[in-house]
Design a protein around this ligand. Structure first.
Ligand SMILES: Cc1cc2nc3c(=O)[nH]c(=O)nc-3n(C[C@H](O)[C@H](O)[C@H](O)COP(=O)(O)OP(=O)(O)OC[C@H]3O[C@@H](n4cnc5c(N)ncnc54)[C@H](O)[C@@H]3O)c2cc1C
Length: 407
């Protein structure tokens, strides 16, 4: 049999392309060496958010005295947290496996190799295909001198399988993965240290967002070292270039991910492209390839989860000149934030010629709010157009309106 498409990798890029092509009547075979769903479902987006949710419940319980609850906790079994995470991942994966099956795409669970532009080898068999799509994703980046030993120096994969909570942890890198894990551990009462080589935490974000996260981390007693990196490790004592010493139970090295590239020329989708390494970007690339749905690369939203959420799209303040206008609404201006005890944050809009060209949010529900602004930006709605929208009260969304009134 000659398949129309052979897809290497069953992550968001691979399974989305596979399902869409199969739905269009193409014969598709997806090769997956591990589990369908890829990094996102099995080692990334989904398990981390399940752990984050559990850690937030844990923290809430210990902070509930201000509403008159007198709770005594008899015991805490961390293995149940990990088991819940596994169940979540299993449920989502089962639904995905069914969806892929129903689409008509075939899945071969085996490592695949490209032999030539029409042949893929997997499990000792040769598959003839008209077109190859390479969507093999990425892997955790190893820093020189900080190679993963999977015991003291852990990758983002390893940390998903810890059996017990550490007393203290050093996280190297403060991108999305580092920030989310700092929040998870801190919510569980773990002493957290973060080492960041750049000038600010979350260096890819708008500088004001980074500074606010630093303030929030300080309030939560998450200790961070900026412009810093590891000088040496002796036993379990870590000395940083700044001279600071830390004695963590382990180090989580979260210094980015390396794209896996094909050896020969073919269509490449998702993390493998080495562009924006986000699941929705991988999915969107697949949609673009199969359905021709285009997108604006500058408007891919970024979201960092936890309390408060962080989300942004478009230009950052440091990218703009004087022609841009900046509006900043503190979240305290919104009644809902006081009801939710979630007053730390802001909605920041960057406007040029009455159009929103950048949006940066630190707030509860930022992950939802950012899409309202992406829709406005993508459709070039003016600030005046948005002012005509009647936002419900009390909500975080009305913050967009309140911010625009300050323009
Ligand atoms: C801890 C963590 C948290 C994250 N959180 C988020 C988040 O909240 N939101 C977000 O948007 N993104 C998040 N990401 C990023 C997201 O997981 C990736 O951007 C996304 O998974 C990329 O999809 P992909 O299809 O390109 O690659 P992948 O999901 O990596 O899938 C590639 C698949 O290819 C398979 N494969 C590789 N080589 C072969 C081969 N030779 N033969 C057969 N199969 C092969 C792999 O086993 C894998 O299943 C997170 C990542 C991590 C690590």
């Amino acid at each position: 049999m000659v398949y129309d498409y052979g897809i290497i990798g069953g992550g968001p890029a691979g399974y989305t392309a596979g399902m869409l092509l199969a739905q269009k009547g193409k014969s598709v075979v997806i090769f997956e060496k591990d589990k369908l769903g890829g990094t996102c479902l099995n080692k990334g987006c989904i398990p981390t958010k399940s752990l984050l949710h559990s850690s937030e419940i844990y923290k809430e319980v210990f902070c509930s005295s201000n509403i008159g609850l007198d709770i005594s906790v008899n015991s805490f079994d961390f293995s149940k947290v990990m088991a819940k995470k596994e169940q979540t991942v299993d449920k989502v994966r089962k639904a995905l496996e069914l969806a892929v099956k129903n689409s008509g795409a075939e899945v071969v669970y085996s490592e695949a190799q490209i032999k030539d532009k029409n042949t893929i080898i997997a499990g000792g068999k040769e598959y003839t295909v008209s077109e190859i799509i390479y969507a093999a994703g990425s892997k955790p980046k190893e820093i020189k001198g900080l190679e993963f030993d999977h015991e003291f120096i852990l990758s983002s994969d390893d940390v998903l399988n810890i059996k017990n909570l550490p007393k203290s942890v050093l996280i190297v890198g403060s991108g999305a993965i580092g920030i989310e894990w700092a929040r998870i551990f801190s919510n569980f009462g773990v002493e957290v240290f973060v080492s960041e080589i750049a000038e600010h935490l979350l260096p890819i974000a708008d500088v004001e967002v980074s500074k606010r996260i630093e303030r929030i981390f300080k309030q939560r007693k998450i200790k961070f070292f900026l412009n810093d990196s590891i000088e040496k490790i002796e036993e379990k004592t870590v000395t940083l270039k700044s001279g600071n010493k830390v004695n963590p139970d382990f180090i989580l090295s979260a210094a980015g991910r390396v794209p896996l590239k094909p050896d020969s020329e073919c269509i490449v989708l998702g993390d493998s492209r080495g562009e924006i390494q986000l699941a929705h970007y991988a999915i969107h690339q697949a949609k673009k390839y199969v359905l021709g749905i285009d997108y604006d690369n500058n408007l891919i939203p970024s979201v960092i989860y936890g309390e408060p959420e962080i989300a942004w799209a478009g230009l950052r303040e440091q990218d703009c000149g004087e022609e841009c206008q900046k509006i900043l609404l503190p979240i305290t201006a919104l009644g809902k934030s006081w009801c939710d005890d979630s007053t730390d944050g802001f909605i920041k809009l960057i406007l040029r010629d009455n159009l929103i060209v950048g949006a940066h949010i630190v707030s509860r529900e930022a992950s939802a709010l950012i899409h309202e602004l992406v829709i406005a930006m993508q459709n070039k709605l003016t600030a005046d157009d948005l002012k005509k929208v009647c936002f419900a009260h009390p909500t975080y969304s009305e913050g967009i309106f309140e911010a625009l009134l300050r323009a």
